[in-house]
Design a protein around this ligand. Structure first.
Ligand SMILES: Nc1nc2c(ncn2[C@@H]2O[C@H](COP(=O)(O)OP(=O)(O)OP(=O)(O)O)[C@@H](O)[C@H]2O)c(=O)[nH]1
Ligand code: SF4
Ligand SMILES: [Mg+2]
Length: 411
């Protein structure tokens, strides 16, 4: 199981604060902390959840600068932890960076393992500008940390940002939320209206991918247009495990779906696979609390030729104003033009992001959250506008409860 998680090893000299960092991150007394150098003599590991990346395993290791303190077997164990780390956190104190630290960096480079430097005990000794600058030649990913005065959320957010930047695409690319919902031999009804906006002779990417995922899960998919949906449901011998519809047909489809049948949209599945459905659901709640003068950013992942009723430029501004009945300023960006400064926006509504990979979408989401701005996506917003959001989020209970809690605290 450990092998399936992202493994992060904490390395550094004895007494630098490795075990304190481990305990701070896990929020538990996982590892023994003491002022005696050489306290940790064996590798200690702990798994924790770091959404949306999933499980990570943290290793706390022995400081192997003073080898006289340790037997060969223990040094070997720390080396093994080094070899199996996907990410190395190298801890040092301000002003103390020498041969030992450089050697760790060199070893990490040899293995092509990304390295993060954590400068510890900054409550006692804050690094000066010159020291901080000198670390930048090794990595631009530097955490300033104190286990006494530090903020755990801020630390985990910085770590998450670094992980998203450095982890190979396939680590976070092969995410498949349907795996937890659908099992072998289930039937899933897919509702795909072929309207004027549908590309000629083709099925759009999120729908194609869903069909592929269902095949991988050995489930059956049953594809219909919204016009045939009701009859198809009646014709099915076995109740479907799930109905997935195009967001734009959510109103009609939800009105024809019995309460006991689970219903969601391709956009919800896509948001769960490509970003963080819990954060996107939290962002969606903001749409119920808009005020005159609020600014909303519509962001699309690619530049495409806009038609006269383009969804981002025309339909969304109209839907937002109709739904909120408020005077809202709506700005639009596309492609690489993701703004540096997001702080004036009340919420960002992003497209599904089929042209971006999961890493790219997570980086955008993270940037918004760092600026304290919620984000949601097109399909989720459409379900809000059509009064079906709570139904379509049912298959992701944490997202649903986050949406409901955010609604209460916004209101
Ligand atoms: N003031 C302050 N003290 C710290 C901080 N982090 C760790 N310490 C203290 O530094 C000492 C060593 O901390 P540990 O976390 O045990 O260090 P370690 O790197 O795991 O040490 P070894 O296991 O011996 O290699 C302890 O007395 C901690 O209380 C910090 O951020 N601020
Ligand atoms: S979903 Fe976003 S990235 Fe995909 S085609 Fe539409 S605008 Fe481009
Ligand atoms: Mg220790």
């Amino acid at each position: 199981m450990k092998a399936l998680t992202i493994q992060i090893g904490i390395f550094g000299r004895t007494n630098v604060g490795k075990s304190s960092l481990m305990n701070f991150m896990t929020n538990q007394k996982t590892s023994i902390v003491s002022e005696i150098a050489g306290t940790t003599t064996d590798v200690v590991w702990k798994q924790m959840e770091l959404n949306p990346l999933g499980h990570i395993t943290l290793f706390d290791t022995a400081g192997i600068n003073d080898t006289s303190l340790l037997g060969a077997a223990r040094i070997e164990k720390t080396k093994r932890a080094f070899d199996s780390s996907d990410i190395v956190i190298l801890m040092c104190e301000a002003g103390k960076f020498g041969y030992f630290e450089e050697n760790i960096i060199k070893e990490a480079e040899k293995r092509q393992t990304p390295c993060i430097i954590a400068v510890s005990k900054i409550d006692l000794n804050r690094p000066d500008e010159a020291f901080f600058e000198s670390l930048k030649k090794y990595t631009k990913r530097i955490l300033l940390f104190s286990s006494v005065t530090g903020n755990r959320d801020a630390l985990l957010n910085s770590l998450k940002k670094f992980l998203i930047e450095v982890l190979p695409d396939n680590y976070i690319e092969n995410y498949l939320s349907l795996r937890n919902i659908i099992k072998k031999d289930d039937t899933v009804v897919l509702v795909m209206p072929i309207d004027l906006g549908a590309p000629r002779g083709k099925i759009i990417m999120p729908q194609v991918q869903t069909v592929r995922h269902l095949l991988d899960l050995h489930a059956a998919s049953y594809t219909v247009q919204d016009t045939e949906y009701e009859t198809s449901l009646q014709n099915l011998k076995k109740q479907p495990a799930l109905v997935i519809t195009d967001s734009q047909a959510i109103k009609q489809v939800s009105s024809k779906t019995p309460q006991n049948i689970k219903l969601t949209t391709f956009s919800i599945i896509y948001a769960a696979d490509k970003s963080d459905i819990v954060e996107m659901a939290r962002g969606a709640a903001t749409l119920n609390n808009l005020k005159d003068g609020d600014k909303i950013l519509i962001s699309e992942g690619c530049t495409h030729h806009a038609s006269s009723d383009d969804i981002g430029r025309v339909k969304f501004p109209k839907w937002i104003r109709e739904y909120s009945k408020k005077n809202i300023e709506v700005n639009y960006v596309s492609g690489q033009d993701y703004p540096k400064d997001l702080k004036d926006y009340k919420v960002i509504i992003h497209c599904g992001g089929c042209a971006l990979n999961r890493k790219g979408m997570l980086a955008r989401l993270n940037k918004a959250l760092e600026a304290g701005i919620p984000m949601t996506n097109y399909g989720i917003a459409i379900s809000v506008f059509n009064g079906a959001i709570e139904k379509v989020l049912e298959i992701f209970p944490e997202a649903l409860s986050t949406y409901k809690t955010a609604l209460k605290s916004n209101g």
